[in-house]
Design a binder for this molecule. Structure first.
Ligand code: SRM
Ligand code: SF4
Length: 585
């Protein structure tokens, strides 16, 4: 069986163990390591579990393995209590996360996602903070149809979750056409290169025969994959839209003249923390040097190998790369990366960021093509009572000859429109009233919320369903001070895991319990500084009271062009509270 495999067997198999950090005793490896090692390279019993008709769920071990295939078992939390009362099993469904490096997709891919969303996922699509789509509420029996449908348009869900290389991000850069194309191509290549190579996905989801491989099925990952998720992103300054400092491995494009020279390497970013667990914390990535652009894939390999070999495989709570770096020391990790690269990193080169938001509305690329960025509140694409967003975007995809780009802020660019095709797109934006979505305040257009209830199993408070209402109330305060159009970043998550990257927002809120949040202030406008907790475990009234005070002060005392987050830090509004204590003016 899967879990009965001895850790000795694991020790002898796969590249992981040739260079494993010997300070981690093999007999103390965490249970997930044993599970991965005994899974026959992510096959487990997934196929059999899909056939079992008596339950809408799959066995526990397969729940974990299916994450590597981009699938999460969830249950509808709105229905939990009622189903328990009726002695029914929870309303199990699956979330499928698409792999979409750089967020770029064609109109035919959009139309397929639209079709699958309508047929199998409650008529909704969800754009994510890592530039892709999630289909929620898919029945187990429909999973193969969904994945084969994606396959028809060359999409998959490989490694969208799991202990592997996750969705690779890339800046959207509407105005920098050539650079975008070049960096996007690298992001796509990095994604193809870094995902698992096992045949499990093809066999289980496409029904292909198992074929024998000459060498190991997973040359990079071995049998135990990564210790934890690993996130790669590419950014093109001056817009830090991908939040490069939140990535495990960030590539910062260095442009000289108009030419891409290479990338500064940033390592060890991450958001997740756990309340009352000081050993967990958000961390901004450290810039460790520069590599020429032809060394991108080698750099991915080298950095991933270091985390593969030194990451904590005993305590998953400390297994992200950020902790490996803090435990082993940045110099040690850098030297290990250089040893695997076979050459030293060059010194980091200068670059500048100005914001981490999206420019909403029309922009023209240097190649003359037009791009329209549509604000999609919290990434939710549905036919709402007032605006038929799903229908409108389908109508656009039926005529649009260019691409779409999902932005790292959960918005959508209708991209690469030839100037002569713009009137037709504009007519559809008007007909479906989509352009009106872009009329929000400076705060709303810079807001993001994670999914949370009802699908996320980890949510402790509302997020997507609540932030729009809270923004309306904060907007009323801002408008009272003439600040309705002031761009301020606000990000909310339903728990401290930080899926909307709240710890780098100017205003951050993370859920603690129903209706209760921690409030953070003082993040940097371009994602360069972590914010600080100023209120702990409080409700809406306390949040609005404190924000009211800070906004009033900001309106009267800010320096010319000073950002809200910078102001909060400068005047001491973001003086840190220790857990359990409250902000005191
Ligand atoms: Fe996330 C887990 C949703 C981006 C940190 N995240 C989850 C799960 C799968 C819950 C679970 O494990 O059962 C959530 C599914 C909710 C649902 O019903 O859809 C979930 N995460 C999301 C998305 C959809 C939020 C959104 O509203 O857009 C984002 C999907 C990204 C994608 O397309 O791949 C999403 N998650 C992030 C980010 C932001 C980023 O990567 O830039 C982070 C913070 C960065 C980081 O990783 O440090 C993030 N998610 C987490 C964590 C905490 C990880 C940690 O190191 O502590 C968890 C929980 C875990 O892994 O144990 C988590
Ligand atoms: Fe779920 Fe928490 Fe992530 Fe929100 S931040 S999607 S509540 S895991």
């Amino acid at each position: 069986g899967i879990t009965s495999m001895s850790t000795d067997t694991i020790a002898r198999d796969g590249p992981t163990d040739r260079s494993r950090d010997l300070s981690q005793p093999l007999d103390r490896l965490g249970p997930d390591e044993t599970l991965k090692a005994g899974s026959d390279q992510l096959r487990g019993t997934i196929s059999a579990g899909l056939e079992a008709e008596l339950t809408a769920a799959v066995p526990g071990d397969d729940i974990k393995l299916m994450k590597f295939h981009g699938l999460y078992q969830q249950d509808d939390r709105d229905l939990r209590d009622e189903r328990r009362r009726q002695r029914l099993e929870p309303a199990y469904r699956f979330m499928a996360r698409v792999r979409l490096p750089g967020g770029v997709l064609s109109s035919s891919q959009w139309l397929k996602l639209d079709e699958l969303g309508r047929a199998y996922a409650s008529e909704t699509l969800r754009l994510t903070t890592r530039q892709t789509f999630q289909l929620h509420r898919v029945h187990k029996k429909d999973l193969r149809a969904v994945i084969q449908g994606l396959h028809d348009v060359l999409l998959d869900t490989k490694a969208a979750c799991g202990d592997d290389s996750r969705g690779v991000m890339a800046s959207i850069n509407p105005e920098l056409s050539a650079l975008h194309a070049e960096v996007y191509a690298l992001a796509k290549q990095a994604s193809e290169h870094a995902i698992p190579k096992t045949g499990a996905y093809r066999e289980i989801w496409y029904g292909e025969e198992r074929t024998l491989t000459d060498g190991p099925e997973e040359p990079l990952y071995g049998k135990t994959y990564m210790p934890r998720k690993f996130k790669i992103g590419f950014v093109i300054p001056p817009v830090n839209d991908i939040d490069v400092y939140a990535q495990d491995l960030g590539f910062i494009a260095i442009i000289e003249g108009r030419e891409l020279k290479g990338f500064n390497i940033a390592i060890g970013g991450g958001m997740g923390r756990t309340d009352q667990a000081p050993k967990t914390y958000p961390r901004l990535a450290s810039v460790i040097g520069f590599v020429p652009k032809d060394k991108v894939i080698a750099t991915c390999d080298a950095v991933m190998m270091v985390q593969r070999d030194y990451g904590d495989r005993v305590d998953r709570g400390r297994a992200r790369f950020k902790y490996t770096i803090d435990d082993k020391g940045l110099d040690f990790i850098k030297a290990e990366i250089e040893a695997r690269l076979g050459f030293p990193l060059e010194p980091a080169r200068p670059y500048d960021f100005t914001s981490n938001g999206d420019v909403i509305g029309w922009q023209r690329g240097e190649d003359g093509r037009e791009h329209f960025t549509l604000f999609v509140e919290n990434g939710r694409v549905s036919n709402f009572a007032d605006i038929a967003l799903l229908d409108g975007l389908r109508a656009i995809a039926q005529t649009h000859k260019g691409n779409f780009r999902v932005t790292p802020n959960q918005n959508l660019v209708i991209a690469d429109i030839e100037p002569e095709d713009r009137p037709a797109i504009e007519a559809l934006l008007l007909e479906y009233r989509l352009a009106s979505l872009n009329k929000g305040s400076g705060l709303r257009l810079n807001s993001m919320a994670c999914v949370a209830f009802p699908t996320c199993g980890l949510a402790m408070a509302e997020s997507e369903r609540y932030l729009p209402k809270l923004v309306e109330k904060i907007d009323a305060i801002l408008a009272g001070h003439g600040l309705a159009q002031e761009p301020i970043t606000i990000r909310m998550t339903g728990c401290p895991n930080g899926c909307a990257r709240p710890y780098i927002a100017e205003i951050g809120l993370t859920g603690r319990a129903p209706g209760k949040y921690n409030l953070y202030l003082g993040g940097g406008f371009h994602g360069q500084r972590l914010n600080k907790m100023v209120l702990e475990n409080v409700g809406e009234q306390a949040i609005l009271e404190l924000l009211g005070k800070v906004i009033e002060h900001f309106a009267s005392e800010r320096l010319p062009n000073e950002r809200f987050g910078d102001f909060a830090i400068r005047v001491g509004h973001a003086a840190e509270v220790t857990e359990g204590r409250f902000f005191n003016d």
